[in-house]
Design a protein around this ligand. Structure first.
Ligand SMILES: Cc1cc2nc3c(=O)[nH]c(=O)nc-3n(C[C@H](O)[C@H](O)[C@H](O)COP(=O)(O)OP(=O)(O)OC[C@H]3O[C@@H](n4cnc5c(N)ncnc54)[C@H](O)[C@@H]3O)c2cc1C
Length: 651
């Protein structure tokens, strides 16, 4: 029966499957219509006759742990112009609703004033009618349901059409700008004051680094951001509440998705932003410090002094570091000895200057940890700005919360994906996530980090972290995105006078994305050749067709198949179905980012979805064109009452 497992996706004669619309068998068509696909030049498909019904499949098969015999696979139209494939998981009413929603999202007035309109409508219509209207329009289109039970039918349907979920409990506080700014400013500064780093001359440690200090003008982190949720710190109790919500989300993934899904997590929900800011600043200062050391030792090793920040890539040996340090200080002095004892090496050289594993496992005092010998005076200097003992405790609380989450993910055997946020938090978020990966990703990629390719440093960041994963032998999971905070990042950098961290153009961002993805795939191929391809798992989280095509083409070129289960795709629920569903139905690992939560509490999320959709008119135009095509098809064939029933099993 082995032949049943062989699913050929590439057409015999072309780079991608034939793009001619209408050639694929439509879910609404009689079975004989499948022949059209064969006549079009596609290689034979597995057919639905042998489908193992998902309800009867075991949880392991649902997880994609084993290829379910006979699960249906369609050829992929990589132009993503196949309306049938895109919408056969939808009822005709859902198609019409999607069309109406996208049309409304194109109205400037509605989008600009949507929050006001929703509030007025609620006041006039009353809670019940308003909720019903929302459910049959925006909420119904973009949100899966109120809670983990009510989202099940949506998840079941997605799964039967080959698509898996990333769950995100999308309840947001509807804060005024004033309240958001107030909270952010209060929670971003130490109770000891916003003191700049002590000791060394600023230039040698990276200067004043204004990016890691709160500025009231940009304190409302929602500024010009439409595609991401924002948490504003209130107190430790709200962080505990957020922890519970994330845990419930992990449980929902375990229960409602049979563990096939992922849960999305944001670290800013779990602790005081001040701690992420200070930790980020320390990380950047450490890189600056290392740049200084490597500039002086550059000739003695393979690295370039211009190769900023990439400590692990410099292959610095213990003797080299000691040699350098002894020019400035006595290695026998107790604090220098202690510093050197905590440095992490492997046979290839230096990995970390500080005991990061200790920071996530033990109760290390931060202010005692981030001390380095100053290269000019030899004295130990603190890289961390002031932190009170109460704030130290808050830091340990935040780490404990992440530990609880990671442990829950491990106990439930479900994957957790940490979102990327603003650049002033990101060094800390990324470092903490990577250390949790090292701790928990010992048997599989359980924890995923996120990398924003609109950042100039994206390629270096990913390469460095891949290198750490390789050298410390843990599974590496990453979601690659372009990035959601472009305008805010640029405006803040310009206003506060630090270099713009983002790429200068959309093309440069795409180039960065594709280069980074290629590097991941290259490493996956190396590992595949050594018999362990799944040490790296990548999600291409993008609505960009070119990027999705690029990934598919690269997989093919490099020799990685969907069955290797090392690369998956992710789009938001209610956006770009014409990409997600054809991918899932043709055997690629495809995910929808699924928001859920009570109607009234996801209004800010809906508001942002409306705004984001307005900004991507080209994609909306295509979505509307395809929706209309499917609608006309169903009406003309008298299939208005069509009931979607999928017979696919996600890989
Ligand atoms: C499943 C999923 C998870 C996500 N998680 C995160 C996350 O954790 N963190 C996060 O930040 N974002 C996240 N995003 C959002 C993502 O970063 C993008 O904002 C969004 O998806 C648009 O990018 P695109 O590739 O889909 O589409 P496109 O429309 O092709 O790209 C738009 C993006 O290109 C970049 N860009 C546009 N113009 C320029 C320019 N002039 N110069 C430089 N760059 C430019 C910007 O990043 C912009 O958002 C996620 C998206 C998805 C689908």
């Amino acid at each position: 029966m082995a032949f049943l497992r062989v699913v050929t996706r590439w057409p015999a004669s072309s780079k991608f499957a034939c793009a001619t619309p209408g050639l694929h068998r439509h879910a609404l068509d009689p079975p004989g219509a499948a022949g059209t696909a064969l006549r079009s030049g596609f290689l034979p498909l597995t057919t639905s006759s042998a489908v193992a019904k998902s309800s009867a499949a075991t949880a392991e098969a649902l997880r994609g742990g084993s290829q379910t015999l006979g699960s249906r696979r369609d050829p992929l139209d990589a132009t993503f112009d196949d309306a049938h494939a895109a919408y056969k998981s939808k009822t005709t009413w859902e198609i019409l609703r999607a069309y109406i929603v996208y049309t409304l999202c194109s109205s400037n007035y509605l989008v600009e004033n949507n929050m006001k309109i929703m509030k007025v409508a609620k006041a006039i219509l009353g809670e019940k009618i308003f909720t019903a209207i929302m459910k049959s329009t925006f909420y119904g289109h973009f949100v899966a349901g109120e809670d983990q039970i009510r989202i099940r039918p949506t998840l079941e349907r997605l799964r039967s059409f080959g698509v898996k979920p990333i769950l995100d409990y999308s309840v947001e506080e509807d804060l005024s700008q004033e309240e958001a700014e107030k909270r952010e400013v209060e929670s971003s500064v130490s109770e000891l004051g916003d003191e700049k780093v002590q000791g060394p001359p600023p230039a040698e440690m990276g200067g004043t680094m204004p990016q890691f200090h709160v500025d009231k003008t940009f304190a409302d982190r929602r500024y010009k951001v439409s595609s991401a949720r924002t948490y504003f710190y209130l107190n430790e109790a709200t962080c505990e509440r957020n922890l519970e919500i994330f845990q419930q989300s992990l449980q929902a993934v375990a229960g409602a998705t049979y563990g096939t899904g992922l849960a999305a997590v944001k670290l800013t929900a779990l602790g005081r932003p001040q701690l992420l800011l200070q930790l980020s600043e320390v990380i950047m200062r450490t890189r600056q410090y290392m740049t200084e050391i490597t500039a002086l030792t550059a000739q003695a090793n393979k690295s370039s002094p211009d190769d900023k920040g990439n400590i692990i890539g410099k292959h610095i040996q213990p003797e080299e570091l000691q040699q350098k340090l002894q020019q400035a200080c006595k290695l026998s002095e107790a604090p220098v000895k202690k510093f050197l004892q905590n440095v992490t090496y492997d046979q290839e050289g230096l990995i970390h200057l500080f005991p990061w594993s200790g920071i996530i496992d033990e109760n290390l005092e931060l202010s005692e940890t981030f001390l380095v010998p100053d290269m000019k005076t030899g004295k130990m200097v603190r890289l961390l700005t002031q932190l009170s003992s109460k704030e130290e405790e808050m830091f340990r609380n935040m780490i404990r919360r992440i530990n609880v989450l990671a442990q829950t993910a491990e106990d439930l055997d479900v994957r957790m994906m940490v979102d990327a946020e603003q650049t002033y938090f990101q060094p800390a978020i990324s470092r903490i996530t990577l250390e949790f990966m090292r701790k928990y990703n010992t048997k599989k990629a359980l924890i995923f980090n996120t990398y924003q390719c609109y950042l100039k440093d994206a390629f270096n960041e990913v390469s460095t972290d891949l290198e750490q994963a390789k050298r410390q032998n843990f599974y590496f999971g990453a979601k690659l995105v372009r990035g959601a905070y472009l305008e805010q990042e640029r405006a803040r950098a310009a206003a506060l006078g630090y270099p713009d961290p983002t790429n200068p153009s959309f093309e440069a961002t795409s180039e960065s994305y594709h280069r980074t993805l290629t590097e991941c795939l290259r490493r996956i191929k190396d590992l595949k050749d050594k018999g362990k391809p799944n040490m790296i798992g990548i999600m291409v989280a993008s609505h960009n067709e070119d990027t999705v095509r690029f990934a598919i083409e690269k997989m093919k070129e490099i020799g990685i198949s969907p069955e290797d289960k090392v690369l998956c795709f992710g789009q938001l629920l209610g956006m770009c179905d014409y990409i997600t569903f054809p991918l899932g139905q043709s055997g690629y690992s495809a995910y929808k980012y699924i928001p859920y939560g009570p109607v009234n509490e996801v209004l800010p999320y809906l508001s942002r979805r409306a705004q984001e959709n307005k900004g991507i008119l080209k994609k909306i135009k295509k979505e509307k064109r395809l929706l209309l095509r499917e609608l006309i098809y169903r009406i003309s064939r008298g299939k208005i009452m069509y009931t979607p029933k999928g017979d696919y099993t996600p890989i």
